[in-house]
Design a protein around this ligand. Structure first.
Ligand code: GLA
Length: 388
């Protein structure tokens, strides 16, 4: 699949732009193993990059224009690099063009001096499934431009570039997790990120060695981060931190929750409790993986889902059904993953039970009158890289 897309994106580039690209770069989508809505609270997350990637074929121009094309749309967006601004870009092109703008905005590139580029994008990261198809575009374009524009920039800084594009050019108030996972992923490992210091460490998962698989259950329920629930939850967390007199919820420990309950209204308290306990669950998951391996983390995944369902209230009936059905059919643990309000759940499943869980989930969705989900396994994979 990966090999095919690498060749396909090159052929599409030649067809659309009539020239030959100088290279092809790629970046993966991600699954978050645990640590949800903790990134923008300066907390801990434990995502991994998946074996679904976005490919960017890029050619250098002899002027200062930037053109982007993709299989997402018939439109070829075109603008002069010097005219880029957060508001000058829209639609899907806001992701790649937003990255070019953000490289200048953060001072990594002199947009008055860099050469123009043509970019063709192809992807097999499902869109709208909560698997960070947007971060995959941003990260593929970011590594390509950093190399072609000869920028002195490390991976965490590239992640900040991608996040700025997402926050300002796309308009979604997300944290840093998705871009960090896409840029720093490793084969068979998760990326443990301290979102305050933005330090990241690989944590071995050892899934195959333990006979386990991660099954993604894409509910096909659409979610949108730019509006609605995600923004509201973020605001509740900020209100909770302000009421508790701390800079961010990272500064609240599980032991502080007794006092928090007295100070906060019920809804804000439950939002805070999710973030505070979720941070602890990430730390516990890293410790458990290191000491005992992936067979022992199931209960932490289950507890994370309960917290998102009951305290943070970002699950939907389809996600709850996916999780419960997986648990009842042999999964060691299961939880929704990503921003919530739709998208995907993940289940940690013994390899021999994967098809049993898939069949059970399909059956349960049909029984409840829900649309059919899409289920597939994912493998923890390498982060963004040059392909050819
Ligand atoms: C989305 C955002 C991330 C993160 C998750 C929730 O995926 O893009 O930054 O906040 O939701 O954990």
């Amino acid at each position: 699949m990966t090999q095919d897309l690498r060749e396909l994106v090159r052929a599409e580039f030649i067809e659309v732009f009539g020239t030959t690209p100088v290279g092809v770069w790629s970046a993966p989508g991600r699954v978050n193993l645990i640590g949800e809505h903790t990134d923008y609270n300066e907390g801990f997350v434990l995502p991994f990059a998946i074996d679904r990637r976005t490919f960017a074929a890029v050619g250098v121009r002899d002027d200062s224009r930037i053109r982007v094309a993709s299989t997402f749309s018939d439109e070829v967006a075109e603008i002069s690099i010097t005219e880029l601004s957060a508001d000058a870009v829209s639609g899907w092109a806001a992701y790649p063009l937003g990255v070019a703008w953000a490289l200048g905005e953060l001072g990594f590139a002199d947009l008055g001096a860099v050469p123009g580029v043509d970019i063709m994008i192809e992807s097999d990261v499902p869109v709208g499934a909560g698997l960070s198809s947007s971060a995959a575009i941003e990260s593929a374009v970011a590594v390509a431009l950093a190399e072609l524009w000869q920028l002195d920039i490390d991976r965490p800084a590239l992640a900040r570039v991608g996040r700025l594009a997402e926050n300002e050019a796309v308009g979604a108030p997300t944290g840093i997790m998705d871009q960090m996972a896409s840029l720093l992923g490793r084969d068979d490992a998760a990326v443990f990120i301290d979102c305050r210091s933005q330090e990241a460490d690989a944590v071995d998962l050892g899934l195959a060695g333990a006979g386990l698989a991660i099954l993604v259950i894409d509910t096909q329920v659409e979610h949108a981060h730019a509006t609605g629930g995600y923004r509201d939850r973020r605001a509740s967390c900020e209100a909770g931190a302000a009421a508790l007199g701390v800079a961010s919820l990272r500064d609240v420990e599980v032991a502080d929750l007794v006092r928090a309950k007295e100070l906060l209204d019920d809804v804000t308290f439950r939002r805070v409790r999710h973030v505070v306990t979720e941070n602890q669950r990430v730390l516990d998951t890293v410790a458990t993986l290191t000491a005992a391996g992936p067979l022992e983390i199931g209960e932490l995944l289950d507890a994370s889902h309960r917290s998102m369902r009951d305290d943070f209230e970002i699950s939907v009936p389809e996600l709850d059904l996916a999780v419960e059905t997986a648990q009842a059919n042999g999964a060691l643990g299961a939880r929704m993953t990503g921003g919530g309000f739709g998208g995907s759940a993940i289940a940690l499943v013994p390899q021999g039970l994967v098809s049993q869980v898939q069949v059970a989930v399909d059956g349960a969705f049909a029984e409840h009158g829900f649309g059919q989900p899409v289920t597939f396994t994912v493998t923890p994979s390498a982060g963004a890289r040059r392909e050819v």
